[in-house]
Ligand binder design. Sequence first.
Ligand code: ADP
Ligand code: MG
Length: 308
Amino acid sequence: ATPAATMVGTAIGARNGVLFKGGDVLERVKDVETVVFDKTGTLTKGEMTLTDVVAVGPAADGSGVVTADDETLDEDAVLRYAASAERNSEHPLARAIVAGAEGRGLDLADPEDFENVPGHGIRATVDGKTVLVGNRKLLSDAGVDPAPAEDALRDLEREGKTAMLVAVDGDLAGVVADADEIKESAAEAVAALRDRGATVHMITGDNERTARAVAEQVGIDPENVSAGVLPEDKADAVESLQADGTRVMMVGDGVNDAPALAAAYVGTALGSGTDVAIEAADVTLMRDDPLDVVKAIRISAGTLAKIK
Ligand code: ADP
Ligand code: MG
């Protein structure tokens, strides 16, 4: 493109909240063949709320778990342990658990020995007891069998919720679940990309069932969903899609997404995303709207010439 065309494209982008990091980026975007969306905060609003608390365990009537030292854990006790343990975590899942517990008027304890296990959950000491909050792998690695909670997990995950297991002093205690809302324009954006002939994928650290429930709601094929992807493996996932020369655009918002944004043919960050993601990206969408991915492609292709 001529320098004048580049200036016009950049200006139209800026007016539409689509920031291209230079003329070469503006040129490249139109050639994208596959678009990979991060789930949380990109296709969804990333505003988690606590929706469910379930006491699970040896007491089959659901009345609560009796731990080794005879403490009965009902739903409030499960939530209090989970929320107290999560107090030092900045993760949106953790913030929702703490807010939900406070909303229910629970008196939280001060955790000690807080430890983050990236991609899996957290561990902390609460009232002298070791509390785990996280996924199946977190518990099984610690020698706690998550199987008795499987029915509860399955039901919650089918609804697209992120369900987390809670263990107290080596006993499975229950499940807490957070839900996130899908962005209004997510399905329309996926449909518009597919209409243009692009293949649409989703990648997430969340579990398979939750990921598929969200994918179904936005119109992404189940075979194009990669779930349970650890932060350090997101870039590898993009690189394997690009191995045959396919031009991939990665769209994400988190610190977790930065290496994948850098690895992609085009990295697109959301304006509300973390600075690390924006720095690693080639394009920034100031409105956080998935439909602006389509706009970016149309501006690059010169088919969005009208300025409203
Ligand atoms: P995402 O890619 O969706 O942002 P993460 O890689 O941060 O997900 O986490 C993957 C999974 O690990 C979560 O779905 C959750 O099951 C578990 N997890 C991570 N952090 C926490 C936490 N602070 N508390 C509970 N569970 C967590
Ligand atoms: Mg995200």
